[in-house]
Design a protein around this ligand. Sequence first.
Ligand code: PEP
Ligand code: MG
Length: 562
Amino acid sequence: MTPHDHQRLHGIAVSPGVAVGPLVVVAPAPVAPPDEPAPTDVAASLAQVRQVLQEVAEQLLARAHEAGPQARTILETDAMMARDPGLAQAIEEQLTQGKGPATAVTEAIAGYSATFETLGGYMAERVTDLLDIRDRVVARLLGLPSPGVPTLTTGSILAAHDLAPAETATLTRETCLGIIVEAGGPTSHTAIVAAGMGIPAIVQVAGVLSVPSGTPVAMDGGTGEVTINPSIEAQTQLNQRAGRREAALASAIGPGATSDAHPVALLANIGTLDDAHHAAASSAEGVGLFRTEFLFLGRDTMPSLEEQTQTYTEVFSLFSSRRVVVRTLDAGADKPLKFADLGPEENPALGRRGIRLGMARPELLNVQLAALASAQQITGVDLRVMAPMIATESEAQWFATHTRSAGLTQVGVMIEIPAAAVRSHHILPHVDFASLGTNDLAQYTMGADRMQGELADLLDPLEPALLDVVALACEGGQTTGKPIGVCGEAGGNPLSALVLVGLGVSSLSMAPTRLPAVRYALSLHTLEQCQQLAKVAREASSAHEARTAVLELVDPALRDVI
Ligand code: PEP
Ligand code: MG
């Protein structure tokens, strides 16, 4: 059923801000119909497929002309693959065997992909491009719109089933006014990338893909509400509400602190140079998480020492006297890096990712650490370097030794696996600080994939089980005297931020657009009140109950703005 005018759809708000604009729906990848009839005239079918391959090659070349140098080379190579006579021949063989055109293309490309995979290296890396060509050709053959994120030329709101982090990263704030996805979760990397770019975003919006492209929609990334074909009045109300919220939030200024002056450093999460510029211009007291792998998504080879040094120098120089916490490469799971791949895995989220990959490929880590040390020397920034996905004391020890011998003095670990939280009093003596990655900590505590939107309820930042695990980590921090911050999405949510401070964390890192609401929330409560909120949340029997209990206790002024 097509949603009607003024109808409201709801989802989970993951990146604040309001937007009004025409919807552009990202078409899903087409699938050849299982009962596609055999061609009555093989020669005519082949001619049709050849024509479509040619059109797709031209389309790719047209995009190559508009792209930057790196993307241009990739798109030109893709166009060449679409024109490869060997591919047309493989399709012809399938057509001759009685396969319909879309099926013939799908099977021929499956065969090609398998060969490329076996060849490994550069050829294996081209498989994604081959599959992209397949989807474009099949869509044309079936008369469907081209799949994938289109190039936006005017301000639009993008709607998709889901977006990969690499796809989201190609968007710009100028043309992408907002993102609405049907799937996704609040801690999925797409949500994180959108928040980092300051693009309002809502996930888990059922029905959004039935709205035709071009329909005007209004969205509020603070409340999770989407209005189809909004009246002028609704648009005005939306903007007024956003204005009131902004005015209230602007009343809290300065470094983060509770109302009784207990300091809580408010820091920014960044992943790209653009993010770094936004964060530097924001009220962030520094960077609490630099996701370095985001710099290199889509790269085929490891960036050189010189290139990394230059990039880090550029970022660090933006923060001169402010702290910058860098996380070493956290490749794997939904952030695969072609140059840091240890082969296919059954369960990548439980596989050789994060520090495990760093230990298996120490040359990658060494280049990164050397580049960080050089950039620190050049800029004199207050640099702190931490490892992702630490599970054991020996991993922490290995990382600390490795990092210190590269000349870096402030070493930390991310606590995002329950084992590390439970054993924080054993892990922390080896390092100088820790940062709680609540996104993965929730995923592993609850056994719920953070990329699977249907499980979003289990990943609620106020889930009492998660809070208990955080409390254990904080106890270790207290016994060892090591500071513990939070850099997962829970730190950017005003309610969970208060609870986390009550549990003992000393800094909160988040997308810069979230800072005002968290600063405001802190300014309305004493440390003792935060501790009380933490207590009631932990005593609750569910995340829902915890939220209700916390909402009852918080200052009413906060309720008006969240
Ligand atoms: C986390 O897991 O909470 C975290 C901050 O790391 P990422 O989201 O990049 O996995
Ligand atoms: Mg993580």
